[in-house]
Design a protein around this ligand. Sequence first.
Ligand code: NAD
Length: 472
Amino acid sequence: MDLARTDFYLDGHWVTASSGETIPVHNPATEEVVATVPAGTAADVDRAVAAARAAFDGWATAAPADRAACLGRLHATLTARVDDIARTVALELGTPLKVATRVQAGLPLTVLHGYVDLAAQPPAEQTVGNSLVVREPVGVVGAITPWNYPLHQVMAKLAPALAAGCPVVLKPSELTPLTAYLLFDAIDAAGFPPGVVNLVTGTGPVVGEAIAAHPDVDLVSFTGSTATGRRISHLAADRIARVALELGGKSANVILDDADLPGAVKVGVANAFLNSGQTCTAWTRMLVHRSRYDEAVDLAAQAAAGYRLGDPFEPATRLGPLVSADQRQRVRDHVDRGLADGGRLVAGGPDAPVPDRGWFVAPTVIADVHPDSALAQEEVFGPVLAMIPVDDDDHAVAVANNSRYGLAGAVWSGDGDRALRVARRLRTGAVDINGAPFNPLAPFGGYKQSGLGRELGRHGLEEFYETKAIQR
Ligand code: NAD
């Protein structure tokens, strides 16, 4: 399979990129370049936005059933290519193939399926006194996405935007653009009207900023780091454009003294290390009641030691590499700093063995982390778990909320009411009690510096509507 791509998808066609500049795409497990994609320019963004703007009236007023039919055809085409999607993510990101199939390919298909249903229903109207309150598509959407879940992060924007009647210009991460090309092959086959969905690849400072600053983009929907979200907000603020932001996290896993400790620690470690820890919702702080803390540290160290690192295409591999050499260096620096700040290494660490080739970091558990220290406050985005003892429920809540982030979290207790009381007190967009499963129809998003707005399900659709009051 020749993976190199030379085109953008503009106005319903593959169009050869004009600049001639390319961006290399690496296999992080081997450090080899496996493909190149074109580096877009502000002029390419202008063309894409013009195509989307021209498509707006037709798509916004299309019958909901027609929009749902396009999304349904897209779902069918992608479902037929689920193995290619999983293999592409395993190649360009390093997610073990089993996880790539279930999560990286499976989850976005579930999300898309949900929006096929929602797209078929026109938005609810409401009568308020003498006003008819109607919902209308917000306009042209600029979508900018990260590398850690390359198809899911795109689908969480694209599917609801299209369902609501908004054309989209997408810029995927330059580190993992190949999955987006597979998506656009399917979009091309699904028969969307020209201009409704457009793809420009390139770097954040060039293509991303051109989208965020473009006067004809009505909503910038961004997922990525908090620093980039701040920059995008500034650019959008100049023209009072809307922004939806899904940003970083430092989520707490609160294990109370009456919890099923082996279960809580096992699931907690797996959550922290999912996708090599490159997951925005990862429970990277494990807070354990002091009476059971030592036992929990031992269990976490044992669990981490059982993770097998290696080739993402090997069935026995549980942990792949990090996405890039830069990301590996950032993670190593966080581990060094955590140990220098007084953390106690109980698994992994700087000297633990890793494969010779590839950007691997050993699964690492650091105990006795101070709640104010950098390791407890900064997003690491690698397989690194910080463990912190807490005195009681109030202390656990205080430590959990001692963060500028608020994306996700967990509570474990044998008493469901107690767990719910603690869950309600956490200042975070989602909390899972006793390992309850992820719900792709539930609202997803952050408090505080984890973001603005919600994705997924009906709440995710709401982001893409304007509200109009008609008095009569
Ligand atoms: P990033 O912010 O570096 O990049 C994200 C996207 O923004 C990429 O497409 C990038 O090219 C683009 N970009 C970079 N600089 C830009 C600029 N100046 N203007 C416009 N666009 C720009 O983030 P990343 O490293 O790709 O992803 C990791 C981060 O994403 C982590 O912080 C993680 O927590 C966060 N994330 C959040 C969620 C969520 O839903 N809350 C989900 C996944 C990842």
